[in-house]
Write a protein that binds this ligand. Structure first.
Ligand SMILES: Nc1ncnc2c1ncn2[C@@H]1O[C@H](COP(=O)(O)OP(=O)(O)OP(=O)(O)O)[C@@H](O)[C@H]1O
Length: 371
């Protein structure tokens, strides 16, 4: 993205997903990364809410979806196709499973990158049962021919299978049973309008409020059989970057600490001490986030400074700073991307406990160190 783009894309969490796609390691390996790692995948199934009543937060989406599903059930029909957009770890997969459970239907799970040929999609579609939910994660990464096949499947429950090549190729129509497609994307804006228009219901998932994440932490602690008090849950929730997946991951790390260093129960002190060990600060910033902010404030007086210079200063790739660290810093209102370069906000100075330079007083180095 351009360096003068501002908050919109970053705030939506799209960059975190892009970073995961392109950079893999740096985002996927972070304790506060929103993308699932191997351990998450292993334990998440046990922590997923099973019905809409158990699903925390996302009030608007829950109410609207409840209506869509109840109405379909009352008509004895298959539910409309549903598009879920939002950052990684906010509950899109969970919601797709809930849709299937609420409809009493089986679910098939696949993803855009796994469907590279139209034939791959035809094979999946033709083996669906009546009423089945097909969850297509990262739907924006499907190949073009598969996407075009999906248009017809969604609208007419039919696909044309092309047999042969060149002038002799023929299209053989194949009837499909009615099914519900649940598409998930971090990039709703990238979906071609004909695809977007074929979804009967579109839901945008927002980042969670701290109070909602506290409920997520309490619920998960109960399922994991870990004792936690209200302040301990608040401490974890406040550092979870608005994302249930991160809240659950931090809870597991704090649980380890509580088991080794105390009696296994989690309170504020234990949570704070554990997350200090893992270098996740009170606002959910990790080592990389803080290195970027510190360089911006201490070396460049709060900016403006160019991205490449900032990246060299922290010893990271430009892309890592731009796509892994910055989106959350922008979303938190700690850093701004301006046409002249990266600039720290007053909140950034306050967060690191530093004093911003006076207007026109140079880099602010003296103020920073209290002289
Ligand atoms: N509303 C919620 N209430 C309770 N737990 C939740 C909620 N949303 C998500 N979770 C938990 O967060 C974890 C991640 O959720 P999920 O896998 O559904 O996210 P996702 O949006 O599909 O992520 P990705 O885009 O990376 O696949 C799950 O283990 C689930 O238990």
């Amino acid at each position: 993205m351009n360096w003068d783009d501002t908050t919109d894309e970053a705030a939506s969490g799209q960059e975190a997903a892009d970073a995961a796609e392109r950079l893999g390691g740096p985002e996927a390996e972070r304790l506060v990364g929103a993308v699932a790692d191997g351990e998450d995948q292993a334990v998440e199934a046990a922590l997923r809410p099973k019905d809409l009543g158990e699903f925390i937060g996302q009030e608007k989406v829950r109410v609207q979806l409840d209506l869509v599903l109840r109405a379909a059930r009352a008509r004895g029909a298959t539910a409309d196709h549903v598009l879920l957009s939002g950052a990684p770890g906010l509950g899109k997969t969970t919601l797709s499973m809930i849709i299937a459970a609420e409809m009493g239907a089986p679910i098939r799970i696949t993803s855009g990158p796994a469907i590279q040929h139209a034939g791959d999609l035809a094979a999946i579609l033709s083996s669906l049962q009546e009423g089945e939910v097909l969850f297509l994660d990262e739907i924006h990464r499907m190949s073009r021919p598969a996407e075009e096949m999906l248009y017809m499947a969604m609208e007419d429950f039919r696909v044309d299978v092309i047999v042969g090549k060149g002038p002799g190729a023929t299209a053989i129509p194949l009837e499909l049973p009615p099914f519900t497609l649940v598409g998930a994307t971090t990039r709703a804006g990238l979906l071609p309008p004909p695809l977007r228009d074929r979804f009967g219901f579109t839901a945008h998932m927002e980042f969670y409020e701290p109070a909602e994440l506290e409920r997520v932490v309490h619920r998960s602690a109960l399922l994991l059989d870990v004792g936690i008090d209200a302040e301990g849950a608040a401490e974890i929730a406040g550092r979870s970057r608005g994302t249930p997946r991160i809240a659950n991951r931090l809870l597991r790390r704090v649980r380890d600490y509580a088991q080794v260093k105390a009696d296994g129960a989690i309170n504020r002190e234990i949570a704070g001490a554990a997350l200090k060990v893992y270098e996740v600060d009170g606002r959910g910033l990790d080592r990389l986030d803080r290195a970027v902010l510190e360089a911006l404030l201490k070396l460049f007086g709060g900016g403006p400074v160019g991205l490449s210079t900032l990246a060299v200063a922290v010893g990271e790739e430009r892309e890592t700073v731009e796509e892994v660290a910055e989106p959350f810093l922008v979303r938190e209102g700690l850093l701004a991307r301006t046409p002249r370069g990266r600039v720290a906000t007053p909140a950034a100075w306050a967060h690191l406990g530093l004093v911003p330079p006076r207007q026109g007083a140079g880099t602010g180095q003296q103020d920073l160190f209290g002289s």
